[in-house]
Design a protein around this ligand. Structure first.
Ligand SMILES: NC(=O)c1ccc[n+]([C@@H]2O[C@H](COP(=O)([O-])OP(=O)(O)OC[C@H]3O[C@@H](n4cnc5c(N)ncnc54)[C@H](O)[C@@H]3O)[C@@H](O)[C@H]2O)c1
Ligand SMILES: N[C@@H](CCO)C(=O)O
Length: 815
């Protein structure tokens, strides 16, 4: 014997019921089966709505009854051949008349007792089981309808009746001794008192009916047929990567179900658990998929440490605190008694060993009643100030990690807290029972989706890590970056197991965000049609979306954008910047960013601030962290200026060569920053700060070669003025040439002294052979005292800069 239970979605309409009959047919070919069915989906709610409406004196219950009738009649007509319909149609009509009679009574009396409610609620299963039984018979399967209502006996606590297992088991045994069929079809949910009054089995009632039949008949197993393929590692609506769990233990199933996995309702599996009978969860709409097996031991303990993750929303934490509680027995007893007296379910409890506070998690809906009850219970202690006023925290949720294999396995909670902490998810309370089967964390409701995904990634998806990138600035460098990401996505996925999504893009006028990743084929059109907004709105939207492993990438040259980093870092969102403004602002701001990055474990990377894609900052950091000391840095740090002086030979005007550098994408959006030396000052400042020195822009001497007049007015004025001062630039070149030297704009840092300026470089100098737009840095250190450590290569250009930013983005995933 096997027991099969089909839920409301499996029997929602004639089409679905036919799928159910196909499954019944296959099963019945092999053994005798009991089939327990729920009401057609939505019908129980409609029935309850009928009696409520009638009790409110509203006669619209009649139209609800008509709708219920229509759905059942339609099902019969579609499912059963016209020659065999009449007895079922008249059964449906008779039941509907009975329902209407009862509702008319409720309407007249304006009174609805729990007993009447139970009676009405059970009609859904009576109707569905009778129709299905007739349809099964009509398809020539040997079937009997079983009146579970009269076999399952409960007490008379209507609305919440408890099963009397002695009489129920006897009734079921006797029934199956005296009745023979291949298939028995039974309504779920319904029962009756010993005197024959209808009752119902409460939440999860049809599962309970199936479990009761299974245990009483010692069936080989019970199969719960639903619309999902088994229990999943997490709610698939929240975690798209959730997978079906092949096997799990009863305890794991109960923990997961308790915390929100709605596939089964924990108390209902008690009868099968007691007899150690296996439970299968199967999908009516994909019957060939294996589904989930729930049994005494999950058999997976050796491989699977964590089985699943679940969550409960709408939690309130109530904390009872006070010095008067320490060391005095009885406080927790009184607290729980006060809550129990109000029938308030305590979902989670934590108490620190100092005994100074007890914290309980309850449903948000119970908070008023709970507060009132606790305040009354501890009124005297509160007046005497031995206990503080209650602390209530709303808008919370519980996310729980479940697995039998967690017992005695070190590192699980560490991994859990690390994953949450790295993503800026604050844990308000923690509970772990001594079974070590469940670790529950209380977090903000708004963090649930992110937390579930982050934990899922840490425990179930070690193979593929998702990074969500938000790019501000899509000019010269930003658009190159997107191009590179698009090209590299398959490699990252296949070789590095990184799923890199561009989840947001903004320029100075508009932004777009897409949690599933923006299609990079035509992001330009999407951005043109994006939301008109400034950077603050883009940033708020990033924070609101609260995606895991988020990285904000600043590819602007904008001051306002640079001031937004603290908000991101404090939310554990990594920041990658090629914009130099933040790191070259006042020292206190720079230091603050470094501290925030450390405090919130959020990477802050800006390798491209100096030398574009060259590994200059990384090398400096490595030298320092491995114990080396920097004596001196000498460098050419402006790609633009190096290009200009390498190409200016007097044949074209100086202004024309600068323009060429701008067109090639080497200059800052405002080229005066390059020509005036400020860009180089910023870079030197950043290197000095990374070396550990407290230094400001004003501490750097700038021996600018630009005539002051050229730096006034607009960028157009700047170009015009350079044309007018052409002789000045010719003279600079001639002086260098007469000495056999080249012109290089050099940055040097020696014993805390920082200078930038134009120098004559002779052919013997380390900086002499530096071509095109290249940069070079010479590090003279304790370990490289005479021959410096040299880093040299292209120091400007959209492609190399974008690749440096890209490398920083990848680095964030490894920190
Ligand atoms: N070009 C190089 O070789 C190189 C090398 C290293 C670093 N960088 C840095 O790269 C950055 C970008 O340079 P670029 O040449 O791509 O500049 P760009 O002018 O071509 O692009 C700047 C982008 O930033 C956007 N932007 C400006 N203000 C904004 C705001 N408030 N909010 C949102 N977006 C805003 C603009 O709309 C534009 O999309 C600069 O900080 C520069 O210093 C460039
Ligand atoms: N404008 C900068 C870009 C690299 O930071 C340069 O010319 O060096």
């Amino acid at each position: 014997m096997e027991v099969l239970k089909f839920g409301g979605s499996s029997v929602a309409n004639a089409n679905n019921i036919q799928k159910v009959i196909n499954i019944i047919q296959q099963k019945a070919n092999k053994q005798q089966i009991i089939v327990v069915v729920s009401a057609l989906s939505g019908i129980t709610d409609m029935l309850l709505q009928c009696c409520k409406t009638a009790a409110n004196g509203d006669d619209s219950y009649k139209s609800i009854i008509q709708e219920i009738e229509r759905r059942h009649l339609d099902t019969v007509r579609l499912l059963i051949d016209v020659t065999q319909q009449s007895s079922v149609l008249s059964y449906v009509k008779k039941q509907m008349n009975d329902i209407e009679d009862v509702c008319n009574g409720i309407y007249l009396l304006k009174e609805l007792s729990l007993r009447t409610k139970d009676r009405i609620a059970g009609y859904g299963e009576l109707l569905s089981s009778t129709i299905i039984c007739a349809a099964v018979k009509a398809q020539h399967i040997d079937a009997n309808w079983v009146d579970s209502g009269s076999l399952i006996i409960t007490n008379d606590h209507f609305g919440n009746a408890a099963v009397n297992f002695d009489s129920t088991n006897k009734n079921i045994e006797t029934y199956f001794q005296h009745n023979q069929a291949k298939v028995f079809i039974a309504p779920g949910f319904v029962a009756s008192t010993s005197s024959g009054l209808p009752t119902t089995l409460g939440r999860g009632g049809s599962d309970y009916t199936a479990a009761i039949f299974t245990a009483a008949t010692n069936a080989a197993c019970v199969e719960i047929w639903t619309d999902v393929t088994g229990m999943m590692t997490a709610d698939p609506r929240l975690v798209p990567n959730a997978k079906t769990i092949a096997t799990l233990s009863y305890q794991e199933a109960m923990e997961l179900s308790h915390f929100g996995a709605k596939v089964i309702y924990p108390p209902t599996i008690q009868p099968v658990m007691n007899k150690q009978i296996s439970v299968y969860i199967k999908n009516t709409f994909a019957p060939n998929e294996t589904g989930t097996l729930i049994q005494q031991n999950s058999n997976t303990q050796s491989e699977t440490i964590v089985t699943g993750i679940s969550s409960i929303n709408a939690i309130t934490l109530i904390s009872l605190e006070g010095s008067g509680m320490v060391g005095i027995p009885g406080f927790s007893k009184r607290l729980f008694e006060a809550l129990a007296a109000e029938k308030i379910n305590v979902i989670l409890i934590t108490q620190s060993s100092s005994e100074h506070a007890i914290c309980v998690g309850i449903n948000e809906a119970d908070v008023l009643a709970a507060t009132k009850a606790i305040d009354a219970a501890f009124e005297i202690e509160m007046l005497q100030k031995k206990i503080d006023p209650l602390v209530i925290e709303n808008n919370l949720a519980i996310v729980a990690l479940v697995g039998d294999g967690m017992k005695n396995h070190t590192g699980i909670s560490g991994k859990l807290f690390n994953a949450l902490g790295k993503n800026g998810i604050n844990i308000r309370a923690i509970a772990q029972g001594s079974s070590e089967r469940n670790i529950s964390t209380v977090i903000q409701k708004t963090d649930v989706k992110k937390a579930m995904n982050v934990i899922h990634e840490a425990f179930f998806e070690t193979v593929l890590k998702e990074i969500n990138v938000f790019i501000a600035g899509v000019g010269n460098v930003g658009s190159k970056l997107i191009e590179q990401i698009k090209k590299q996505q398959p490699f990252l996925r296949d070789q590095l197991r990184i799923k890199l999504k561009v989840a947001g893009i903004a320029n100075s006028k508009k932004y777009i965000i897409n949690e599933d990743g923006i299609a990079l084929d035509d992001w330009q059109t999407a951005l043109i049609n994006g939301t008109p907004a400034d950077i603050n709105e883009f940033n708020n939207a990033i924070i609101q979306h609260n995606l895991r492993n988020s990285v904000f990438v600043d590819v602007t040259a904008n001051n306002t954008v640079a001031t937004t980093y603290p908000t991101f870092l404090a939310k554990a969102i990594a920041v990658v910047a090629c914009n130099k403004v933040a790191c070259s602002a006042d020292y206190a701001s720079y230091k603050n960013l470094k501290l925030l990055s450390k405090e919130y474990n959020a990477p802050f990377l800006f390798e491209t601030n100096v030398g574009a894609g060259l590994p200059i900052i990384g090398t400096l950091n490595d030298l320092i962290s491995s114990g080396d000391k920097i004596h001196k840095m000498e460098a050419v740090l402006s790609g633009t200026l190096n290009f200009v002086f390498n190409n200016y030979d007097g044949t074209k005007s100086f202004a024309a060569v600068v323009k060429q550098a701008q067109l090639e994408g080497y200059t800052e959006p405002d080229p005066r920053l390059d020509l005036g030396g400020k860009d180089v000052m910023r870079k030197l400042l950043i290197l000095a700060r990374e070396n550990g020195d407290t230094i400001e822009m004003d501490d750097i001497a700038n021996h600018s070669f630009m005539p002051a007049a050229c730096m006034e007015g607009t960028v157009d004025d700047f170009y015009n003025s350079m044309e007018q001062h052409e002789q000045h630039f010719k003279n600079l070149l001639a002086e260098a040439n007469t000495q056999g030297c080249k012109l290089k704009f050099v940055a040097s840092y020696n014993q805390g002294k920082a200078i930038v300026g134009l120098q004559h470089i002779n052919p013997q100098h380390n900086l002499y052979h530096l071509y095109g737009k290249d940069n070079v840095v010479l590090f003279y250190t304790e370990r490289y005292p005479v021959q410096p450590l040299v880093i040299k290569g292209a120091g400007a250009g959209a492609d190399v800069t974008a690749s440096g930013i890209f490398a920083d983005i990848i680095r964030t995933s490894k920190l």
